[in-house]
Every structure is written in structure tokens, then in C-alpha cells.
Design a binder for this molecule. Structure first.
Ligand code: CP
Length: 308
């Protein structure tokens, strides 16, 4: 793997290797404090971010490397009309690895065609978010002890939610997973995922509108925010934004070992009272994102910790 653009760039073996390394990093951080000394990560964020950008930056700093970059298109020469290709070629003169977030689907792929350093897709439009997928897989493995044999419900904006699209693709390689899509009709998963992932591989899935209907069956519920920035019409967003609110009342019928995931940011779709429930995994998930991004940076840069 030279770049990470799409979750399918990761084989199951790649995922195992990265998650194992992330586990070791979290247990023995001292082993990894200097592995990226003199290496530079550029974070090119053309769209807002808290977790992805800051966890990438923290990851590189904890590996002993340095960080440079920008956090909005307005503060880069993109605001003057510079192309993605020219931006990438320029930044490749200053950095050893790039994490890029962009509102246009495919932008990190375009960048990867013009540089010889690794490009990581940190989210492209409503398309993919492969490092969130690694975060989610690490979270599922840490919470459940496995990446197969469970029932997962994806809930909310399944149309625009890139984290959902990427996680579904990655999970489609694992056995015996029951998928339940919980969304209003207008926010169902895109047709290409239904055809290319579920139908092509013969994997069944259910689509329902009511969360309560399926709550007792779920081992994992993956909540999502309705993606205001992807709507063409504010009135549609306002009508749909509170379609699902997970609160303690709805959890009454849930399994005792349910895992509640959310890529965050949350707007209103999980009541803050749920945060105290041990089944709420989403802040542990945010921490896992740093560990797995440390592992990914090391892997793409080809560095390892010296073993004594
Ligand atoms: N999960 C995630 O991508 O969060 P940010 O938008 O804060 O990076």
C-alpha cells in the first residue's frame, strides 16, 4: 500500500497488521517516541475537522515527527485558484507524508497521481473516510474482541455519511455480519453500495425506518449526524435533522453488551445522558483514532520500532 485513498486499498491482512500495531502502540508508547524523528506530516484540510486533523497531528508528534499544514481552503492558495495537483506537488517538496481532507469526491486520489510521497484520504466529500474506518474497526475489535459474527445497525444519514460508506465496504470482507440500515427513505445508503457491495457479494441487508423496531437485535449501533453541509436545500435538512435521537429510554430494549459507536461530531442524535452509559464507546473511539493513525503513518513511511 503506497497511499490510502479507499478502504478497499486495505486488505484484511493490512487491517490486522495496522490494528495489531495500534494495540502495541497504545500499550508501549515509549517504544515509538522517536520512530518518525525528522519526518514531517502535512495536514491539508480543505474542510473543517476536529478529530481527524488533531489526531493525525497528535499521532505524528507522539512518533517524534513534525507537523505542518492548513485547516481551511481559505488559508491556502486554493483560495487563489490553485489546483489540487499543484498544491500536492508543492507540499511534497516540504513533507514526507500528506493527510488530505477535501469536499470534492476523489480529490485525494487526484493528489496521489502527482506525488511520490504517501497520500492519506482524510475524508473526501460524501464518498470515503478510510482512516475513520480503521478507527471504527479498532473500536469494534477492542469492544467486541472480533470483527465478525455480529449484528450492526447503521442509523441516520446513510446517504451522505462517508464513514458509513467506508465501514460497510471494509466489513464486507468479514463473515456473518447482519446489516440493518436505519434511516428515512431519503437518506438511505446510495444505490452503488447496494449493488457493488451487498448485491454483488450476495450479502443480505435490511432497511427500516424505526430504530425502536430493531434495537433488541443489535450488537452494535453506529449512529451518524445528518450532514447539513451536503444538503442542497436547508428546508430538507431541517425536516430530517432530528430523525433519530438515541436516549436512555430507547436503550431500555437494547442488549446489555450493545456497543454505541459514532464517528462524531454529534449534533443532537445521542442524548448527553447516554455518555455515562458503559455501552457508549464514542469517546474511546476518538482515542482509538490516534492509535490507529500512528500505526498508519508508520506503515506508510516504512518505519518500525527497534526491538531489543
Ligand atoms: N470523525 C471525524 O471525521 O471527525 P472530524 O470531522 O472532527 O474530523
Amino acid at each position: 500500500m503506497r497511499h490510502l485513498i479507499d478502504p478497499m486499498d486495505l486488505s484484511v491482512e493490512d487491517i490486522d497488521r495496522l490494528l495489531n500495531l495500534a494495540d502495541d502502540i497504545s500499550k508501549h508508547p515509549e517504544k515509538y517516541r522517536e520512530v518518525c524523528r525528522y519526518k514531517k506530516l502535512a495536514t491539508l484540510f480543505f474542510e473543517p475537522s476536529t478529530r481527524t486533523r488533531l489526531s493525525f497531528e497528535a499521532a505524528m508528534l507522539e512518533l517524534g515527527g513534525s507537523v505542518l499544514g492548513f485547516s481551511s481552503a481559505d488559508s491556502s492558495s486554493a483560495a487563489k485558484g490553485e489546483s489540487i495537483a499543484d498544491t500536492a506537488r508543492t507540499v511534497a517538496c516540504y513533507a514526507d507524508i500528506i493527510a488530505m481532507r477535501h469536499p470534492k469526491e476523489g480529490a485525494p486520489y487526484v493528489a496521489s497521481q502527482f506525488v511520490d510521497i504517501p497520500i492519506i484520504n482524510a475524508g473526501d466529500g460524501g464518498h470515503n473516510h478510510p482512516t475513520q474506518t480503521l478507527t471504527d474497526l479498532l473500536t469494534i475489535r477492542r469492544e467486541k474482541g472480533r470483527l465478525d459474527h455480529f449484528t450492526i445497525g447503521f442509523c441516520g444519514d446513510l446517504k451522505f455519511g462517508r464513514t458509513v460508506h467506508s465501514l460497510i465496504k471494509a466489513l464486507s470482507r468479514y463473515d456473518d455480519i447482519n446489516y440493518i440500515m436505519i434511516s428515512p427513505e431519503e437518506l438511505q445508503i446510495p444505490e452503488y453500495l447496494k449493488k457493488d457491495v451487498f448485491e454483488r457479494k450476495g450479502i443480505p441487508f435490511r432497511e427500516v425506518e424505526k430504530m425502536e423496531e430493531v434495537m433488541p437485535e443489535l450488537d452494535i449501533i453506529y449512529m451518524t449526524r445528518v450532514q447539513r453541509e451536503r444538503f442542497f436545500n436547508e428546508a430538507d435538512y431541517v425536516r430530517l435533522k432530528d430523525s433519530y435521537i438515541l436516549d436512555m429510554d430507547k436503550l431500555k430494549n437494547a442488549k446489555e453488551d450493545l456497543s454505541i459507536l459514532h464517528p462524531l461530531p454529534r449534533v443532537n442524535e445521542i442524548s448527553v445522558k447516554v455518555d455515562q452509559d458503559p455501552r457508549a464507546c464514542y469517546f474511546r473511539q476518538a482515542l482509538n483514532g490516534k492509535h490507529v493513525r500512528m500505526a498508519l503513518i508508520m506503515d506508510l513511511l516504512g518505519v518500525s520500532a527497534d526491538e531489543d
